[in-house]
Design a protein around this ligand. Structure first.
Ligand code: NAD
Length: 360
């Protein structure tokens, strides 16, 4: 019996990317028992929701899902399926490895870092008060009564909660990840010199947790300095753990360092479930054209293999992807020197080239 995994093809270009990834994963020789479930705009009419309960139940039961991108319907009242999945399954850790592969156009070489982003709190907790609203004025009046520093009327307010428990959970996750994956260092990224009680707490917890991992170096860095350091010497970074907002911004920066969305894999991981998916969206304008680059999704599949304990297969898969990209022959348009290169192949032919490489 193979690994039971929920497979969510998604919408837009999701189904073609997922199919390419499924074929490549099976070509590693690892056995899977796919539990295919639907989500996204294509099932909304029939199911009455973009995230059917049975899909959620399947991920809960199997504990592992491979997911294609899903469009966020605008103006329908439905919230993003991606956000809902993270929330419902409490996927508190967002993992985004960023690595340069020769053949992918990038300004840098030898980048191999991993962003670990806290997914549940911080300014993303969704606690906001609109300027001029009764609630905002109440909050402002209450806060103005507590301190000398006064907040101006007609201010919008966003609340930044950072808890000890959530900080400990994500920081421990980062150190465990570093240890399991033979990483040298974890950098704790904050602005603790300014936000003493939120980022300051995160940093205190970072120092506490680091003591339990004497085999992994712990580095404390400020988020502004990290941005400059990443642009100047990205090869010096290893694992970075960040609160939600900084993690969101810095992970896009690091994806840019290594060649952009087409090659940026990701995973959202919780205590009971893990969902593996590319960083990019559903690229709906290319839907059904067999054109987009499945590398990000295939490398998300490689992360899933590691999560399932199939490390040897994960390594072979990554090597095969790297070889096909380095050869530069059977690659999608975005990996060619110019976007209108007539020798570019489609999504499915690129997957075939990786499968052929795995068979060698
Ligand atoms: P997008 O990532 O779909 O596209 C941004 C740009 O990158 C487009 O030019 C697109 O053509 C290109 N691109 C993306 N993936 C590519 C690939 N694999 N190969 C080649 N080119 C690629 O972002 P968007 O247009 O802002 O979003 C489209 C939809 O996807 C929105 O509804 C958004 O909410 C959703 N989205 C979903 C997820 C997810 O499922 N996790 C993530 C981000 C956005």
């Amino acid at each position: 019996m193979g690994h039971r995994v929920t497979l969510i093809p998604g919408d837009g270009t999701g189904p073609e990317l997922t199919e390419a990834t499924r074929r490549v994963l099976e070509a590693t020789g690892v056995a899977f028992d796919w539990d295919v479930r639907q989500a996204g705009v294509d099932v909304m009419d029939e199911a009455g929701t973009p995230l059917p309960e049975e899909t959620l139940a399947s991920v809960r039961e199997n504990g592992v899902a491979l997911k294609g991108p899903i469009t966020t319907p605008i103006g329908t009242g439905f919230r993003s399926v991606n956000v809902a999945l993270r929330h419902e399954l409490e996927l508190y850790a967002c993992l985004r490895p960023c690595k340069t592969y020769p053949g992918v156009r990038s300004r840098y070489e030898n980048v191999d870092l991993v962003i670990v982003r806290e997914n549940t709190e911080d300014l993303y907790a969704g606690i906001e008060y609109e300027a001029g609203s009764e609630e905002a004025e109440k909050v402002i009046a209450m806060l103005n009564g507590l301190q000398a520093k006064q907040i101006a009327g007609w201010s919008g307010i966003s609340v930044k909660p950072i808890s000890h428990a959530a900080s400990e959970r994500i920081i421990r996750f980062a150190f465990e990840y570093a240890r399991e994956n033979g990483r040298r260092e974890v950098a704790g990224v904050t602005k603790a010199n300014i936000m003493k009680f939120t980022d300051g707490l995160f940093l205190d917890v970072f120092r506490e947790v680091a003591k339990d991992y004497p085999d992994v170096e712990a580095r404390e860095v400020l988020v502004d300095a990290v941005c400059m350091g990443l642009v100047q010497r990205p090869e010096e970074f290893d694992v970075l753990v960040l609160p939600n907002l900084y993690g969101d911004i810095v992970s896009d920066l690091t994806a840019g360092l290594v060649g952009g969305l087409g090659v940026a894999p990701g995973a959202n991981i919780g205590t009971h479930a893990a969902v593996f998916e590319a960083t990019h969206g559903s690229a709906p304008k290319y839907k059904g054209q067999n054109r987009v680059n499945p590398t990000a999704m295939i490398l998300s599949g490689k992360l899933m293999l590691e999560h399932l304990g199939e490390r040897e297969a994960a390594k072979r898969l990554e090597d095969a992807v790297a070889t096909v990209i380095a050869e530069g022959r059977s690659v999608t348009y975005d990996l060619k020197p110019t976007r209108d290169d007539p020798t570019a192949v489609g999504t499915s032919e690129y997957a075939d080239a990786i499968i052929a490489e795995l068979a060698r």
